[in-house]
Structures are given as structure tokens and as C-alpha cells.
Design a protein around this ligand. Structure first.
Ligand SMILES: [Ca+2]
Ligand SMILES: [Ca+2]
Length: 269
């Protein structure tokens, strides 16, 4: 596609210049809403305590609600809670909220005392809310996650962080209600053939972890729950930085300055 030259002459040199400047400033404004967000997760459990599967997360508009207390869990939550997998949760998130930024932190279960992190670009104006889901073991179907999709509004209007960490305490843990409690069928260490369909609903349930005491975990240690309601088990921390301005932006601004100077010079001749 080409610009007809006569109309360009009628408009004069300043009209395209003004248009280019407007587009550039609009681009810079949109860019200002984008942050590089580093998400770090820490397993704070005692050394013989709970293990957390890789954390599935999403920054979104608040449109995706993963589960509800007292309701039957979705297949996506069932797969998180029984298998430690986000392979249904992540597509369910983007199906409900197509503009969301989703991901998974880590590729193996996070043992007590360990940390993992990842960095993603987030449009803080379009996707201000954070949601997460991960299996907690040893269990049949326990997980951590947020019931309300708007529980964590992460960013201020200027794109800075409004929330820098989320603490998950024992009382926050969920039983998906999809698999019957049975240490002999516990995920990763038990006999999968023994798994039974619980046909219940999502409920808070940290007390049941104690029933796994004495189980030899996949990592080889003897599990001891040691949980009280207030025990902080897991922490998600956030650091946000502006996206580095591309060098081309500075070059384009310098170029526009030169074009403007030339146009002014031509007018004065
Ligand atoms: Ca909900
Ligand atoms: Ca259960």
C-alpha cells in the first residue's frame, strides 16, 4: 500500500509527523502498563512436612473462577488436586479469559525449604488479578488455590505492585472432594488402582494431613504433618520492573526530531 503523493503535499510535512508522534506516544503509554513480574514460590513446611506440586498461575481480568467452596470441583481442579497437573486448568483459564497471562512455576514438586521462580510480562491494566492452583502432598486430592478470582488485585493504576506476597496457611488448604481419603492410594506413592471417587465438594481440610503421618514420601522421608491452622506453609512473592525501553524507541524519537528540524528548515527557506 502506498500513500498518494498529491495528498501528502496538500497535508504538508507536519501532518504525518503529528500522526507518527501520536502513534508513538500511544505505544509508549501502552508499554508503560506492561511490567516484567518475577513470581517466586517458597515451600515453608518443616523438613518432614508437605510438598507442593509446580504452581499453576494466571494474571487475568477476573473472569476465570477456578472453583467454589461447597461446590463439586471442575475436571481442571480435579486434575490439579489428584495428579498435580495444570494441563486442564491452564486451558480453562485462557478459555474463560483469552487475554490472560498464564504459566507454571517449576517442573518438579517443591520439597520443604526449597524455592522456585519465573518471570512473565504482564499488562497490568488488562490483567490486574492473580490466581493460582497447585496440589499439596502427601494426599489423595488436596490443593492450594484462591476461591475468589478477584481476591488478589496485584497492581496500582501506575502499574506498581499493590501486593508483594501471598501467604498460604494450613487453614487455607483445600480437599477437592473428588477422591476418597486413603493413604494406600496416596498420589505418587500409593496404588492408583485403589483410588475411589469421593463424590463430594470442595472443602477446607488441613486436619486430614495428620492421617498421612508415617507415610514414606516420594522423596524418601517419613512424613509428619505438624500442622496448626496458622502454620504458614507456602509463600508466593512478587517483584515488578518496567519493561526495558527498546533502543529503537529512542532512535525513533531522535529520528522524528531530525525530520521536524528539516521540515522547519524547509519552511523557513
Ligand atoms: Ca470461586
Ligand atoms: Ca478427598
Amino acid at each position: 500500500m502506498s500513500f498518494p503523493l498529491p495528498s501528502l503535499r496538500r497535508l504538508g510535512a507536519t501532518a504525518p509527523l503529528a500522526l507518527a508522534t501520536t502513534l508513538l506516544l500511544a505505544g509508549a503509554a501502552a508499554q508503560a502498563q506492561v511490567r516484567q513480574v518475577t513470581i517466586s514460590v517458597q515451600n515453608l513446611a518443616a523438613s518432614d512436612g508437605t510438598v507442593v506440586a509446580p504452581l499453576n498461575f494466571g494474571f487475568g481480568s477476573g473472569a476465570f473462577d477456578g472453583f467454589d467452596l461447597g461446590q463439586v470441583a471442575s475436571p481442571a481442579i480435579q486434575r490439579v488436586a489428584e495428579l498435580g497437573s495444570g494441563s486442564l486448568w491452564l486451558p480453562a483459564f485462557t478459555a474463560a479469559d483469552p487475554g490472560a497471562t498464564v504459566g507454571t512455576i517449576g517442573s518438579s514438586p517443591l520439597l520443604p525449604g526449597l524455592s522456585a521462580s519465573t518471570t512473565v510480562s504482564v499488562n497490568t491494566a488488562l490483567n490486574p488479578y492473580f490466581s493460582y492452583a497447585a496440589m499439596v502432598v502427601p494426599s489423595n486430592d488436596f490443593f492450594l488455590g484462591n476461591d475468589s478470582p478477584t481476591a488478589y488485585r496485584m497492581f496500582n493504576a501506575d502499574g506498581s505492585l499493590a501486593i508483594t506476597s501471598i501467604s498460604v496457611r494450613a487453614r487455607d488448604l483445600w480437599d477437592a472432594g473428588t477422591e476418597v481419603f486413603d493413604p494406600a492410594a496416596a498420589a505418587f506413592v500409593g496404588n492408583a488402582a485403589l483410588r475411589g471417587d469421593q463424590q463430594s465438594v470442595v472443602a477446607h481440610n488441613f486436619a486430614e494431613f495428620a492421617a498421612f503421618n508415617g507415610l514414606t514420601t516420594a522423596a524418601g522421608y517419613t512424613f509428619r504433618s505438624g500442622l496448626a491452622a496458622d502454620t504458614e506453609l507456602y509463600r508466593i512473592s512478587f517483584v515488578a520492573a518496567p519493561v526495558p525501553e527498546p533502543a529503537s524507541l529512542a532512535l525513533m524519537l531522535a529520528g522524528l526530531g531530525a525530520v521536524g528540524w528539516l521540515a522547519a528548515r524547509r519552511r523557513s527557506l
